[in-house]
Each structure stands twice: as structure tokens, then as C-alpha cells.
Design a protein around this ligand. Structure first.
Ligand code: AMP
Ligand code: MN
Ligand code: MN
Ligand code: MN
Length: 280
């Protein structure tokens, strides 16, 4: 079964509308698709309708930004009821803080000699309330301050960049509680992409297990050997989730439906994907 449980639309920092994303998934013969915009569920209704027409099983999701031990991490909620009040309020709070951070990023860029980036990033974000660094990156590329997104992050927006703003996101405990409260399963997104030490990784998995987390994610952008992740999943009793983390069609980057191969012995979160659909 071709699945993709981690994708983005224009409601966050993806470039395709939810309907266009579903269309691309359909062209790529994806059978089970989740939309997981950053801190935002506004695209789910459109994606649900489009998936129904395309006969794709749709899993409503979200990718929540969290701060854990001073580090920014992401957890994915799958099978959420987006109308749940606590989840909606929690996400609205994060989006509000994204807006405040965007002002600070623009100030840093102005200090580096790049004016008007807030207006530019907002224009590129369109109606997306979840304004983020990817929108700033696109603005920097558009204006010729960076050759590509990667170098925009390296020079300006990444942790070592001159316009990096330290930010406090939601706590892991809150994010997990919101997702569980909305009937969803919680997945630790791309654990191999945070540069954690083995000791930090172990502490994170321990806490995640304690809180009732369900799965570790193998993502399209995974750099590390999945063997270590599989071993951890087995050790802690997590199943595996998998997704492309698709944002836009870019050469050399995972397309919708492109996920790393999952060994037969692994326990798959989507084995019982009907359970990932929220109760009506
Ligand atoms: P934010 O949540 O606004 O801080 O932005 C995080 C998003 O920026 C990620 O979800 C990616 O879409 C993008 N991103 C982060 N680091 C990089 C990078 N080095 N190159 C390209 N995109 C990146
Ligand atoms: Mn993103
Ligand atoms: Mn992420
Ligand atoms: Mn993502």
C-alpha cells in the first residue's frame, strides 16, 4: 500500500493548495494520504473533499512545533478531529507566536541590510496564517539575497544564521495532550533530523513513551540509517510512521508518496489505517 503520512500545503509552508496536493498524490498513486501543515488545520476540509473525489483514504493531521530541552522539535498528530476546542486554541496560540517571531526575524534581516522582508514573506505566505521561515527563505531567494532555500537557511534563517530568532514553542506534554484530546495518534516527526546525541534521543523517547506517543517517523528527508530508528522503535514499543514531508516539487527532494523502504518486520502505524480516521 502506497502511503504518505506527512505533507504540507499552502496553508503552511507548502506551495500546493490542498486540492493540488491531493491531485499530485493521486498521480503518484498514493492510497493513504495525511495533510500535516505546521500548527494549522485550515487546509483539511479542502483536502478531505479532494481526496474523496480522488478515492484516496485521507487522514487529517497536523505538525505541531514544540520546544523540548531547549530544542525545536516537531510532533505529528494523525486522525485528529480539528474542531476540538483545546487543539484549535493551542494551535491558534502557536500561530500567534509565529507572527510575533516573524516581526523579529524581519528586524534581524533589516539590521543585516535586507528591508521589507515581513511584507515580502507575508505576500509569499498568501492566506497561510502559519507564517514561517520557509516564506522568508523564498523571499530571500526571490530578491537575490540567496541562491536557493538551503543557502538562505545557512546564511540567514538557520540556527547559525544572522537572522535566527530563538523561539519558545509549545511543550511536548501540551502538544501530546491536544492531539490525544482530539482523538489523534501522536508521531515523533523525523527524529533523525534534530542532531540529537544518543543520550538526548534516549531521554526524548523515554518521555514520549511515558506521555503515550505512538510512533517514530521515517521521513523522506531522513539522512540517517533507518536501522537505528527501527531498533529504538522496537526497544521502546513504538510503531513506525512514514511520510515524504513534501513541501514543493524540487529536484532531489522526496515527492508526495516517496518514503524510505520499511522492513517487513516493522510494526506500521497505518496497518490499521481506518483507526487513523477520526470518529464522525
Ligand atoms: P519554522 O517552523 O517557521 O521555524 O520553519 C521550519 C521549516 O523550515 C521546516 O518545516 C522546513 O520546511 C523549513 N526548513 C528548515 N530548515 C531548512 C533548511 N535547512 N533548508 C530548507 N528548508 C528548511
Ligand atoms: Mn516546513
Ligand atoms: Mn518537521
Ligand atoms: Mn513537515
Amino acid at each position: 500500500m502506497r502511503i504518505d503520512l506527512h505533507t504540507h500545503s499552502s496553508y503552511s509552508d507548502g506551495v500546493l493548495t490542498p486540492a493540488a496536493l491531493v491531485e499530485r498524490a493521486s498521480a503518484n498513486r498514493v492510497e493513504v494520504l495525511a495533510l500535516t501543515d505546521h500548527d494549522e488545520t485550515g487546509g483539511l476540509a479542502e483536502a478531505t473533499g479532494a481526496a474523496c473525489e480522488a478515492r484516496i483514504a485521507f487522514v487529517p493531521g497536523v505538525e505541531v512545533s514544540i520546544t523540548w530541552a531547549g530544542l525545536t522539535l516537531h510532533v505529528v498528530g494523525l486522525g485528529i478531529n480539528a474542531t476540538n476546542a483545546a487543539l484549535a486554541e493551542g494551535l491558534a496560540g502557536i500561530r500567534l507566536s509565529r507572527g510575533l517571531r516573524a516581526v523579529q526575524i524581519a528586524e534581524q534581516l533589516a539590521a543585516a541590510g535586507i528591508p521589507d522582508s515581513l511584507a515580502g514573506a507575508s505576500r509569499l505566505a498568501g492566506h497561510a496564517a502559519a507564517i514561517g521561515r520557509a516564506h522568508f527563505a523564498r523571499f530571500l531567494v526571490e530578491q537575490g539575497f540567496a541562491a536557493d532555500t538551503q543557502s538562505a537557511f545557512k546564511k540567514y534563517l538557520g540556527r547559525a544564521g544572522c537572522a535566527y530568532v530563538t523561539h519558545r514553542w509549545a511543550s511536548l506534554g501540551h502538544a501530546v495532550a491536544w492531539i490525544h484530546g482530539a482523538g489523534g495518534r501522536v508521531v515523533l516527526a523525523h527524529p533523525d533530523r534534530y542532531g540529537l546525541t544518543p543520550v538526548q534521543m534516549h531521554a526524548l523517547f523515554d518521555e514520549f513513551k511515558e506521555l503515550g506517543g505512538s510512533a517514530l517517523e521515517l521521513s523522506g528527508g531522513s539522512r540517517a540509517n533507518p536501522v537505528a530508528l527501527l531498533r529504538s522503535a522496537k526497544h521502546f514499543g513504538f510503531s513506525l510512521s512514514a511520510g515524504s514531508d513534501f513541501h514543493a516539487a524540487v529536484k532531489g527532494v522526496a515527492d508526495v508518496g516517496e518514503i524510505p523502504p520499511i522492513p517487513d518486520c516493522a510494526s506500521r502505524l497505518w496497518q490499521d489505517w481506518e483507526a487513523l480516521r477520526p470518529a464522525a
